[in-house]
Design a protein around this ligand. Structure first.
Ligand SMILES: C[S@@+](CC[C@H](N)C(=O)[O-])C[C@H]1O[C@@H](n2cnc3c(N)ncnc32)[C@H](O)[C@@H]1O
Length: 195
């Protein structure tokens, strides 16, 4: 049996406690068009798919996740693809001081009440309105984006589009929906966010 899956030109190995790319990852991946030597943050990196696509475009990439197994897998996936990547364990920006030219985040956004029982739940469960992590992330964007930087945030329409736009406006951030994809009962959306 093949040990890895090829996605977007990358060999990606799996690990049962790490989120493997789905439609949301692939939609966010479509937005990865970064400049050579730019500083990129892949927040909530999972397998590292987003960060590795940016490294292939010759950017300097930091992959961060709360799940240390995701960081280990991201390093393995980088090695298997002959790519270089930095990783850090971080709860959102708790362990990140720098500013970035590009920030990519596919957060846990699934509407689910109750405790996060395991690492896969931590990857997908966004709480009562699916906004738990999104709402903690938005106020921190400004501190970590360079003046001309861009942030790409994925969510579902079920999380509320107006809630996100209002919260971004409150932070004085410009925004545009640049990707939409209907899957089953929801529409996935990618916001581009800048100063
Ligand atoms: C939906 S998965 C996305 C994984 C990968 N970026 C992708 O698109 O396939 C969300 C990821 O965010 C991580 N995560 C959840 N809460 C986080 C937090 N507070 N800070 C950092 N990472 C977090 C999870 O461990 C998981 O790897």
């Amino acid at each position: 049996m093949k040990k890895f899956i090829e996605l977007n030109g990358l060999k990606l190995f799996k690990e049962k406690e790490v989120y493997f790319p789905r439609e949301d990852s692939l939609l966010l991946a479509e937005t990865v068009k970064v400049k050579k030597n730019s500083n990129v943050l892949d927040l909530g990196c999972g397998t590292g798919i987003i960060g590795l696509l940016a490294v292939k475009q010759k950017a300097k990439v930091l992959c961060a996740d709360v799940n240390t197994k995701a960081l280990k897998l991201t390093k393995k996936n980088a090695e298997e693809n002959n790519l270089k990547i930095k990783t850090t364990e971080s709860n959102l920006f708790s362990n990140i001081k720098e500013k970035f030219d590009f920030i990519f985040f596919n957060p846990p956004y699934v509407i689910e009440e109750g405790n996060k029982k395991d690492l896969i739940e931590t990857a997908i469960n966004g709480g009562k309105k699916g906004r738990e992590i999104i709402d903690l992330f938005i106020p921190q964007i400004k501190n970590h984006l360079t003046e001309k930087g861009n942030c790409f945030l994925l969510q579902s329409d079920l999380n509320g589009i107006k809630e996100t736009t209002k919260k971004l406006e409150k932070q004085g951030l410009k925004h545009l929906i640049i990707k939409r994809k209907r899957i089953f009962f929801e529409e996935l959306i990618v916001f581009k966010i800048w100063f």
